[in-house]
Structure formats: structure tokens, C-alpha cells
Design a protein around this ligand. Structure first.
Ligand code: URA
Length: 346
């Protein structure tokens, strides 16, 4: 491979050379991250400056001098040496699922002068001081919130460009009628706010609605969104005349809220992390231009009419069961529920 040469001094001093992977692996993008990016993240310099060091033959990966880019490395596994100094391994990436209780702030810490409980306070993990919540749930909203120190993945999971779906279980007062369902499907114009100012209104993107239970007095549904505007579910339902009574997030992409009682947390499994990365790997086309009602290629909303019987995988429940649904709590409540503190509403 052009640009990857043996490096005598590095070979002589490095017994791990035996484990060095084949040169060609460095051309495989699935191996990890671009070399100059890993170097820049480790504080060597700007990406441009790192590229210059690479091109000048000052960098080895597993004993090979690398001069031609692009090259991909696994920062946790590969031995990267820059001007004879070994690059320290990056901090381990941690991914935690918290089942957020109500009256809890989705932030690492509260604003000055307030003393509200925060999601990070509930996660008793050694890496907790470096974890931050992925997106936000309202103070009263409960359910799935992820916390991580992986800024890149967090950004992808929340940016509408990647279209990672978030699913909410919502209960409202009254029987949600067809008109309201169609309005929600068509999209609702919601004011856009930035820095306390309103900047016009924008139609909400495609939502999927699945009715779970319904009677004269109440409706429970699952709503799946691919964007995350401020208080979006509450504002959409209020706009069609059905204020939300209870809101719980139950899914983020392939990760579902399970195995954690309210107020408790657990680390994601390897498979969940892999699936999450995959779900946020590809940019999607904007879902709906503000002038069109439904994007051309979008399948029709899988709205399920409760009169037509349950759809595959959806068991009709009584309203009471649907509202009081609990997530599969672990056998031992464990290390992580905390007593609630008094807090201010937001
Ligand atoms: N939509 C809302 O209205 N609130 C949340 O917390 C999340 C989505």
C-alpha cells in the first residue's frame, strides 16, 4: 500500500507489532475514525496540522509509517505514535439508559438559583460527571433518556438530518377523533422559537400514530416523530384540542425502554450500542417541504383504527392498563433510585 512503510525504530521497540493488522485494514472506513481526527481529538493540533504531520512521515499506526490519507483507525485498539510519543487512548465511551421520573431536569446541572433534580444526579456511574443527556425531555415527561460522553453519536441521534425516530406513549383526555388524527398526520404549524424570540411557524414533519386503547373519556396512543422540537408532542396535541395528560418516551431508534424501573438506569448492551450507531449512520432527505402535505416516497401513516382490531404486535388494552403500563423493572431495584427532592416546576 502506497504511503504505509515499515518504521524501524518503532518495530524494534514495540513487541505488539506481532499483533499489527494488515496495512490494507487502514483503508477500511468501518475500522473506526480518520487518523487526523483521532489525533486532533487527542489535542495534537488542528486536523490540518495533523494531516501535515502524517504527510511528513511523523506518525505510525501499529508500527507502520502512514503518509497517505485517508486512513481509518480504531482509537481504542490501535497504537498511534506521533513524533515518537504514544497517543493516549481516548476515554471509554459510556452509554446509559435512564428511566426518567417526573419532576426531573434533562440537564447535567440546574440554572443558578434553582435546585431541581437533574438526570445526571440519578446516574450513579463512575463516568457520570462526564455524561450528558442526549436531547431533552420536559420536566414532567417520563421514560427513556440516554446519557453518554459520545458527542458525535449524541449529535446524530438528535439532529433531524439523521431522522432517528423517537416513540412516545401519550395519553389524552377524550376520544381522539378522525379529524384530529388527520391534522396530526398532515402536520401542525408550530411557532419556531430561538433565544426567546418567535421566528415564524413551521409545519411538523411526518408522524406515525398507533392507537393503543380508547374509550369515550380517554385515548392512549403511540406517536413516533423524527424530529425533536421543543415540547413538540404536547404542542401538537394541544393544537388539535387534546391536551396531554401523561407523556412517556418508550423508544429511541432501535433502543426500547426496558429492564429499568422508573428512576433507575443501566448501561446499554453491546447490541443496543451497535444498533443505535447503525440507526444514526445515514443522513435522510428532509421529510416534508413546508409546502407539501406528504412526502412522495413516504408510506402512509400506519394509523390503526381501533374498530378494525389490533394490528400485528399491538394488543388492545383497557385504558386503565394502557395508562398504567409499567416497563419491565429489574428484579432488584439496585443502586440507582433516589428519593425525590422538592423541586420547582419549569
Ligand atoms: N414532546 C414533548 O412535548 N415533550 C417531551 O418531553 C418530549 C417530546
Amino acid at each position: 500500500m502506497q504511503g504505509v512503510h515499515s518504521c524501524v525504530s518503532e518495530h524494534a521497540s514495540n513487541p505488539s507489532r506481532r499483533n499489527a493488522r494488515k496495512d490494507s485494514d487502514l483503508r477500511d472506513a468501518s475500522r473506526g475514525e480518520r487518523l487526523q481526527r483521532v489525533m486532533a481529538d487527542a489535542g495534537v493540533g488542528s486536523r490540518r496540522a495533523c494531516e501535515a504531520l502524517i504527510e511528513a512521515g511523523e506518525v505510525t499506526v501499529n508500527g507502520q509509517i502512514v503518509t497517505d490519507l485517508p486512513v481509518w483507525v480504531d482509537p481504542e485498539e490501535d497504537r498511534i505514535v506521533v513524533q515518537s510519543k504514544v497517543l493516549p487512548k481516548p476515554e471509554r465511551l459510556v452509554y446509559v439508559m435512564l428511566n426518567k421520573p417526573p419532576r426531573t431536569l434533562s440537564a447535567a446541572k440546574d440554572e443558578p438559583g434553582y435546585d431541581r433534580r437533574t438526570v445526571t444526579e440519578l446516574v450513579d456511574h463512575p463516568a457520570a460527571p462526564r455524561l450528558f443527556p442526549v436531547g431533552r425531555l420536559d420536566y414532567e415527561t417520563v421514560g427513556l433518556i440516554l446519557l453518554t460522553n459520545d458527542g458525535e453519536l449524541a449529535n446524530r441521534l438528535t439532529h433531524p438530518r439523521y431522522g432517528v425516530p423517537k416513540t412516545y406513549r401519550v395519553s389524552v383526555k377524550g376520544k381522539l377523533d378522525q379529524d384530529a388524527i388527520h391534522e396530526l398526520e398532515r402536520g401542525i404549524f408550530l411557532a419556531q422559537r430561538k433565544e426567546g424570540q418567535t421566528h415564524g411557524a413551521k409545519r411538523t414533519a411526518h408522524v406515525e400514530i398507533q392507537l393503543i386503547a380508547q374509550d369515550r373519556d380517554a385515548t392512549v396512543m403511540e406517536l413516533t416523530l423524527r424530529e425533536g422540537r421543543n415540547r413538540q408532542v404536547r404542542r401538537m396535541l394541544a393544537a388539535v384540542g387534546y391536551p396531554v395528560r401523561k407523556l412517556e418516551r418508550i423508544g429511541m431508534g432501535p433502543v426500547k425502554l426496558k429492564g429499568v424501573a422508573r428512576g433507575a438506569w443501566r448501561e446499554l448492551t453491546r447490541d443496543e450500542i451497535k444498533a443505535l450507531r447503525k440507526s444514526a449512520a445515514i443522513k435522510v432527505e428532509p421529510d416534508r417541504k413546508s409546502s407539501s402535505h406528504q412526502s412522495k416516497n413516504k408510506p402512509k401513516t400506519p394509523y390503526v383504527d381501533p374498530r378494525s382490531g389490533p394490528s400485528k404486535g399491538v394488543r388492545r388494552r383497557s385504558i386503565k392498563n394502557a395508562i398504567n403500563r409499567t416497563t419491565n423493572p429489574p428484579k432488584k431495584s439496585g443502586n440507582n433510585s433516589r428519593t425525590e427532592r422538592r423541586s420547582r416546576d419549569n
